[in-house]
Design a protein around this ligand. Structure first.
Ligand code: NAD
Ligand code: SER
Length: 327
């Protein structure tokens, strides 16, 4: 006889990562076992193939009611305000990212939830951090409110591990590139928009300078990292809420050149805006050897493979008439 699968809660499920993590978790654990939640109604029908509840993570009582209702045992806490949106409204970024995480950790502690995943970000680093091959354990000096909340969130997660024996895990994600849901207001969003605009308009006006190099990861690797980290043997983990992970690093010009190999007519212009200063404060590349050693992290996609897959999927969607892009 197999043990019954434990019920999983995903917050911020309608976002870029949640829109693909929820279906991936439902494939593994069962459609009814994964409760998708978000402040907003999902744009895709995908999330409605299993349970969906509206949930504002800043409202602790709403969160507790859902944990009790479904007897939740694992939480993937994705609800957040990202870097560029956070600079437009730092107070809201603090409210959602800090109070939301505190509510999740407290509810988990009190209601017998066993495991929490909360992503961190390369935004924890700053101008004082070594920018090339940024080490796992290094200076955290963010210049954005988003980065401030991610540093505090990592420390809060590790505090709950040590103080309350709650199993909290997290990766410092680089920019995530994907073709299902558009990103929700980050600095690395250009690396998704460029693909949509290349396929639709054959041109793109980039909000970062051509030489701006950042670490990135394709969504299949992002999902793999979340699932592998959550399945890793706890006793092997020396870190908990703050694993560096990466898959590739490229500049905006290098990404444009890779796209041009497939679409020779593609043209790019550069018009840097306030996001340039954010990107300039982040690493160019990341050392993720702790993730490789402690839980076997290994990415599958580099720039070449990711670019050809992104273009293939978006061109297929365009040919079927279901490539939706508000830009
Ligand atoms: P996203 O912006 O696409 O989605 C976040 C979701 O949170 C949205 O659907 C939004 O409606 C929801 N949300 C906002 N406020 C809420 C609230 N009060 N209550 C409930 N839901 C609320 O973000 P994402 O890219 O899916 O990111 C998920 C997590 O991964 C975040 O913690 C983010 O910081 C982290 N991360 C993402 C990236 C990336 O490139 N996408 C990189 C590093 C880290
Ligand atoms: N992609 C995210 C952002 O740009 C990094 O955390 O905000």
């Amino acid at each position: 006889m197999t043990a019954e699968t434990e019920t999983i809660l995903v917050t911020g499920a309608a976002g870029q990562i949640g829109s693909e993590l929820v279906p991936a978790l439902r494939t593994i654990f069962g459609q009814e076992k994964v409760i998708a939640t978000d402040l907003v109604q999902p744009k895709t029908q995908n999330l409605r193939l299993g349970p969906f509840e509206q949930l504002d993570v800043t409202q602790g009582s709403q969160l507790e009611a859902i944990i009790r209702k479904y007897r939740i045992k694992k939480i993937y806490h994705l609800a957040a305000i990202l870097s560029a949106s956070g600079e437009k409204n730092p107070q809201k970024a603090w409210e959602v990212n800090m109070n939301g995480l505190f509510n999740v950790l407290e509810a988990a502690r009190q209601l017998d939830v066993k495991q929490v995943f909360c992503p961190s970000s390369i935004a924890v680093f700053g101008p004082l951090t070594p920018r090339v091959n940024t080490p796992q354990d290094t200076i955290l000096s963010p210049t954005t409110m988003y980065g401030v909340t991610k540093v505090a969130g990592e420390h809060l997660g590790d505090y709950y591990v040590k103080k309350f024996n709650l199993d909290v895990r997290g990766c410092r994600f680089p920019g995530i590139i994907s073709h299902e849901a558009l990103p929700g207001g980050g600095t690395t969003d250009y690396a998704v928009a460029i693909f949509y605009e290349a396929v639709i308009y054959k041109r793109y006006n980039c909000f970062l300078r051509p030489e701006t190099r950042l670490p990135m990861m394709y969504m299949p690797d992002c999902l793999k990292s979340i699932i592998n980290l959550m399945e890793a043997d706890f006793s092997r983990l020396k870190h908990h809420s703050n694993f560096n992970v990466t898959a590739m690093s490229f500049s905006a010009a290098e990404l444009a050149a890779e796209i041009k190999k497939h679409l020779p007519d593609f043209e790019i212009n550069y018009q840097p805006d306030f996001r340039q200063a954010i990107a300039d404060s982040w690493p160019e590349s990341i050392d993720d050897s702790s993730a490789r050693e402690e839980w076997g992290w290994q990415p599958d996609y580099d720039l070449t493979r990711m670019t050809s897959d992104m273009l293939r999927v978006l061109q297929e969607k365009k040919a079927r008439g279901n490539l939706f892009y508000p830009g």
